[in-house]
Design a protein around this ligand. Structure first.
Ligand code: UDP
Length: 356
């Protein structure tokens, strides 16, 4: 069976790898633990309104990589949606990220672009902003104070000295015009790709498999049956509800930055497709409250928690994985990396498939 490659896990990394393998002339069997492909990008359409519901929380495709953009655009058009995130703090609504709109409203000032740096270099100002918008949210999200997390995580949120309220700095962004599920269907729609869902893969199967390679993108600790202990993951709980109002919050994502509000954010999915006029004007909407939680066995892992201890544990699992000759581990869960979708695609595009 050396003419076969197996891709275990049909998230965006696995599907990109499967597509590359098929286009390179390989026969590919995609095995997916869940009943459908798409990983945590999977969506469901609300029947009566046509609203695309992001089952595992909001996913906005954004990238600065032309290679990624050119690849993904072979499988979908994008609707031009530009992501904005608002923040609710003490009953007032602010535009993230940290820029002139937020700073001027929060402090009741009228700073000009060139004045932001000097203003924010006053510790009283920077501390007030940090405590209002980052301390509470970060403590909820990560279950520990901001001082105890990798500073790179908070730096994901841009800081600007202008009125640009785009949440991402990336040049290309949007939501697939036909929805995310169609993107996955097209990635996997190739005569050399076979997909089997409801098919979890075990280490024993990989070791015994005749496949040339098995590309695995589930959690690396679970593949090895947690033999060194579980990696610390953050999990999430979603409370989704349909409401009989045309517009609940007027935007796609509202963050709740105070520590004593138990959810971190509310998603309102219809706002991701402003071009779908029927869904937008439907007298109903679908919202989802997102609650972070510590991962426990049986929960879905969403975020790696990078600490010196988790890095050491990850290295032990990586060593074990390297001992399995036909195993390649990748993706956000496999590599324990806080990948955005485009970074997972880029990693898959740059992966050496060993076919030369
Ligand atoms: N963050 C925050 N307040 C906010 C938004 C973000 O403190 O209103 C911090 C928080 O620690 C979060 C990190 O910035 O985990 C990255 O935010 P991002 O929106 O990129 O998180 P994601 O959408 O990936 O969950």
């Amino acid at each position: 069976m050396k003419d076969l490659d197996i891709v275990a896990g049909a998230g965006i990394w696995g599907c990109t790898v499967a597509r590359r393998l098929a286009e390179a002339g390989r026969k590919v069997l995609v095995l997916e633990r869940r009943p459908v492909a798409g990983g945590n990008v999977r969506c469901e359409t609300d029947r009566s309104t046509g609203i695309e519901v992001h089952v595992y929380g909001s996913h906005i495709f954004h990238t600065h990589s032309r290679e990624v953009w050119d690849f993904i655009r072979r499988f979908t058009d994008f609707n031009g949606y530009q992501h904005k995130v608002l923040a609710m703090y003490k009953g007032a609504v602010y535009h993230l990220p940290l820029g002139l709109t937020l700073i001027n409203k929060f402090f009741g000032v009228e700073l000009k672009p060139g004045e932001v740096d000097a203003f924010m270099s006053d510790p009283a100002h920077s501390t007030a902003i940090f405590d209002a918008f980052f301390r509470g949210y970060t403590s909820k999200q990560w279950g520990r104070p901001p001082e105890a997390i990798d500073p790179g995580i908070i730096k994901r949120v841009p800081v600007r000295g202008n009125y640009d309220t785009n949440y991402f700095n990336d040049y290309w962004q949007g939501i697939p015009s036909d929805g995310y599920n169609a993107l996955f269907d097209r990635l996997l729609d190739h005569p050399s790709i076979t997909v089997e869902c409801n098919r979890a893969v075990t280490l024993g199967e990989i070791v015994r498999s005749d496949a040339r390679k098995v590309y695995y993108s589930g959690p690396v600790d679970s593949l090895f049956d947690y033999r060194f202990g579980a990696l610390p993951w953050r999990s999430l709980r979603f409370e989704t509800e349909k409401l009989d109002v045309a517009d609940f919050q007027g935007t796609s994502v509202m963050n709740y930055t105070e520590a004593d509000v138990p959810w971190t954010r509310i998603h309102e999915f219809k706002h991701y497709h402003p071009e779908l006029k029927d869904a937008m004007s439907a007298p109903a909407t679908v919202i989802c409250r997102e609650y972070p939680k510590t991962w426990a066995p049986g929960d879905e892992p969403y975020y790696p928690v990078n600490t010196p201890e988790s890095s050491a544990l990850l290295a032990r699992y990586a060593q074990e994985a390297a001992k399995v000759p036909n195993l390649v581990v990748g993706g956000r869960l496999g590599q324990y990396k806080y990948y955005d979708m485009d970074q997972a695609v880029l990693a898959a595009l740059e992966l050496d498939l060993g076919l030369r």
